[in-house]
Write a protein that binds this ligand. Structure first.
Ligand SMILES: [Zn+2]
Length: 217
């Protein structure tokens, strides 16, 4: 805890003066560019990875970056998605999975979830996808555990994009052409983002343009 408190001290003295004008401007409202749905994992740091300024990213963070389908229960996730699309009018929604995801490991190793009942029910609640994801693993028996984890994590991102499209606000935004969906994966040891390419059907390293140089991030 002391390190966090010391971090706050550094923020106040070194960082805040630089961002104060932006924060004071934002005090009256926000207009984020994107809704970013990613895992709670402490090693995924969206603002750092994307070098985002205050007010740029509207985040939802939760175990396994899962988006329940609309329906039965009142859902904070559904409310946040609706608010981002209808009130804040974000132009993009990104679902970002990551390597070494504990929630995806739980999906793979169901026998280990006996002491995590809430995780188990969350994984089931958030997905008919859970069953689909597991069945996709059945067909990949000859892969290593690491390859299977990557496969299930990538498939999970696509499943959650599908769930998102069942939310009315998202459907309306897509139909109006004011909203786009993106599937990303963050590789923790390499610091690399890969994005799903609908044409090739695979996650590919994100290609970015920076000061006229073509870089592969
Ligand atoms: Zn995770």
């Amino acid at each position: 805890m002391n390190r966090l408190r010391a971090g706050y001290a550094r923020f106040r003295t070194s960082v805040f003066p630089g961002v104060a004008p932006a924060l004071q401007k934002l005090a009256h409202g926000q207009a984020p560019e994107a809704l970013l749905i990613t895992c709670s994992d402490s090693r995924v740091m969206p603002e750092m990875i994307l070098q985002a300024e205050p007010g740029q990213i509207f985040p939802i963070r939760l175990a396994g970056n899962l988006v329940p389908r609309p329906g039965v229960d009142p859902s904070g996730i559904a409310a946040t998605v609706e608010y981002a699309v209808r009130a804040l009018k974000v132009a993009d929604i990104i679902v970002c999975g990551h390597s070494g995801c504990g929630a995806m490991k739980e999906l793979m190793e169901r026998a280990h979830t006996h002491d995590l009942p809430d995780v188990t029910s969350w994984l089931e609640y958030a997905g008919p996808s859970a069953r689909w994801l597991r069945s996709s693993l059945e067909e990949a028996k000859n892969l290593s555990d690491a390859e299977r984890l990557q496969l299930i994590s990538e498939a999970n991102v696509l499943a959650q994009l599908d769930h998102l499209q069942q939310h009315q606000a998202v459907r309306d935004g897509l139909a109006a052409g004011t909203l786009a969906l993106h599937g990303w994966m963050f590789d923790i040891p390499n610091g690399e983002l890969r994005e799903f390419n609908e044409k090739t059907g695979v996650f590919e390293p994100m290609v970015v343009e920076l000061e006229n140089e073509r870089l592969v991030a």
